[in-house]
Write a protein that binds this ligand. Sequence first.
Ligand code: HEM
Length: 478
Amino acid sequence: MNFTQLLPSPSDIQCALVSTLSTYLSRRKVSNTIIRPQEDFDIDPITGFLPPEALPRLPAEYQIWEEALSEAPEVLRLSNDMSDAALALREEGETWRMEIRSRPTLEVNLLKDNPRLLQRAHVVLTWLVQYYVHSLPSPHPPTPKRIPASLAVPLVNVSRMLGIAPILTFADTITWNWELIRPDQPATIDNMKLAHNFSGTDDERHFYQVQAAVELHGTQVLRIIDDFYRIPNLDDLTSVFKVVKDLTRLTAVIEEISELIQSMRSACDPHVFYWDIRPWEGGSDSKGPSHPGWIYEGVDPSAPELQYLSGPSGGQSVVMHALDLFLDIDHKLQTRRHPGPSVENKRADRGFMERMRRYMLGKHRAYLEQIENSPRSIRELAQHTAVLREPYNNAVKALKSLRTLHMRIACLYVINMSKTANPRSVCPVAVMMERQANTMEARGRDEKRDPIRGTGGTDLVTLLKAGRDATARAVLEK
Ligand code: HEM
């Protein structure tokens, strides 16, 4: 028997394809979709969400901010750093903070027409706030940390103009935190060096650089997404095969991003991350709801922006959000999918990813809204087009594996480290006592079910598992 006779002919395939697609397209009432170009959203074709050039320094009127930031790493240490070197700096640190408190509250209108200068002002002011708050000795019992008006007022004003939260964000530590090594060469990861580094360690440099590499790699994701929305008609074979090819490429890009995340381990020591880097990044709610938060002096306490004062998180990476929205990952559990969410999934902070969007540049958030509101959905298309189902599922499975790997990294760097002692404690005996206290606290936490929190103050294990499970639920049945 000639087996080829049993196979559908190319024209049969085309007919079947066109018929399923037309059902889908007529239901969606779209044959093509008009989208705004990425330039409208401050997305560069080469560097994506990173600006194509390093941010310029602020003009002379704001030199006092730039100077305070240059001086900060020389004189400030974490308030719980009891090493001799840190104690020797205590007086200079207090002088630095006193000067910040006594500085005038500068107007920022001068910057309003220059987005790059506004971004630089956001970087400088947010880094100053973190230096100020986390070097300030903490009284017992803890009281709210007061951010002086000289920082708080201009920061809130600059943030309003950019449409971003008035606190250190992923943009301030990753997207905008670099300079070119060779200014005459293009912005590639090998030609970038960190502009600011709290701990002064190579570990911190690596921590930011890996995440910057993910964002740069993400430009390929953006191109694939853009191409999908720009295909004029999806009801012909050439277009469908283009989508197959792009989904296959997307799977490879997600796997490459996983490799980048995995490379964190090669040069960022978990102890250094947990004890020397992470404490600088905590936001107003990083210690949980029972701890007093921050007060922005001179700012109306009911200002809506002040609801968004969590520290920076990978959850603010625009690339990761774009991937989730494109593949239609349902973090909010709004759709009925199989298998249903576990009890633990339902307990997770379902609004986390949406809230994290407030920590992005307004224009980048608008780009995500464009994906979200597009009437064209790759998942629905794959549901109705057999040939797309496997490539779509492969991309989703790659994203699920990325989240499983990321969970392992978060456990290694946060959960495991929370059971160790702070190496900057007073003396070896105190270190031993602190280690014992931490172990007991961890046990007590297990008993009371008080969770380890992420920089955003959320129960991180439940959150990360829920994200992974939500991703797995996007897989389509064959
Ligand atoms: C040492 C490396 C890392 C650690 C310790 C870490 C830790 C965490 C923690 C604790 C969270 C919980 C949410 C919160 O911030 O409060 C989180 C969320 C997240 N992180 Fe990371 N992270 C690391 C690297 C990365 C990298 C390189 C990326 C890639 C951009 C990334 C992307 C994300 C995303 C997208 C979330 C939101 C939750 C989710 O989508 O599953 N992280 N991370």
